[in-house]
Design a binder for this molecule. Sequence first.
Ligand code: ATP
Length: 321
Amino acid sequence: MNVKIVNLNKWYGDVHALKNINITVKTGMFTSLLGPSGCGKTTLLKILAGLESPDQGEIYFDDQCIFSKERNINVPPQKRQIGMVFQEFALWPHMNVFENIAFPLKAKKMHDGIEKRVEAILKNVRLEGMSKRSPDQLSGGQQQRVAFARAVIANPKIVLFDEPLSALDAVLRDEMRFEISQMVKQMELTGIYVTHDQMEAMSMSDQIVVMNKGKILQVGTPEEIYNRPANKMVLDFVGKSNWFRCGTKAIRPEKIDLYPTGPYKKVSGVVQSVAYLGEKYEVTVHIEAEGDWLIYHNRRVQLGDQMDLYFKHSEVIHFSD
Ligand SMILES: Nc1ncnc2c1ncn2[C@@H]1O[C@H](COP(=O)(O)OP(=O)(O)OP(=O)(O)O)[C@@H](O)[C@H]1O
């Protein structure tokens, strides 16, 4: 289902939580809402689910208007064909896997075919044979998959995720990022995913909406956001970068070379710090004219070493302001 958000505004008293939000999400796309704490991501997700009401604007699911302040339309949550997965998976501890997943169907007063549907979804989320287990007999990743299964059992067209992986450890989180985006794709759902973790947004999404203080800073593919950030805030928020003293240009650390090949620019500096990251060293080099720059090196250098750094002019990111 296509989602279109038009000129949306939301106030909480004096707090202008969402400022003129416009977003289009195409069917089958996985979109992340990325931004720091308080930027309005959760509010936007709740508005899509129908749990909060905007003060201005419209929302369309395909051609159907599901919310319009101006035209007094507000389709209730249960009629929006939406599934939700939250940070705290909120599985009911007294219900087994089957009962947890079947709950939305029972709440809809469905009686026939429940077992078949739960079985099919268990297969989709690779939990076959686990229907009798209680949530405390499952790993964190398995619990998350049950939460996902419960969110999609009633055949929603859109699934909303609110930081669903933040309670998991780092290794499991990496694994689940991939799984979640795969499951959403396989089931041909439209996924909208709230996160403040840029790596998560970059690795999972077809489209990223970068937000700050209630405003959209940029909408684009992960590559567009990373390589052509719309402004300084996006550049700083996504990935690492080095600034030129002029303040209107920047360069990513991995675009800096240690050897000259072709038409390069050169700067020189002194090693300030070295951190070993496993596959590489992260080195801070103090450059008199520019400040401290971060670079990557494949061997350990010593504090105080003199270094020459090379970069292509075409790798420099420019901003007009
Ligand atoms: N019920 C509420 N009453 C008053 N202010 C609220 C309410 N809910 C959210 N806000 C305010 O609206 C702004 C956006 O909040 P929101 O929860 O959407 O941010 P967020 O980006 O999801 O942050 P986080 O990552 O911390 O959850 C914040 O300034 C917040 O304090």
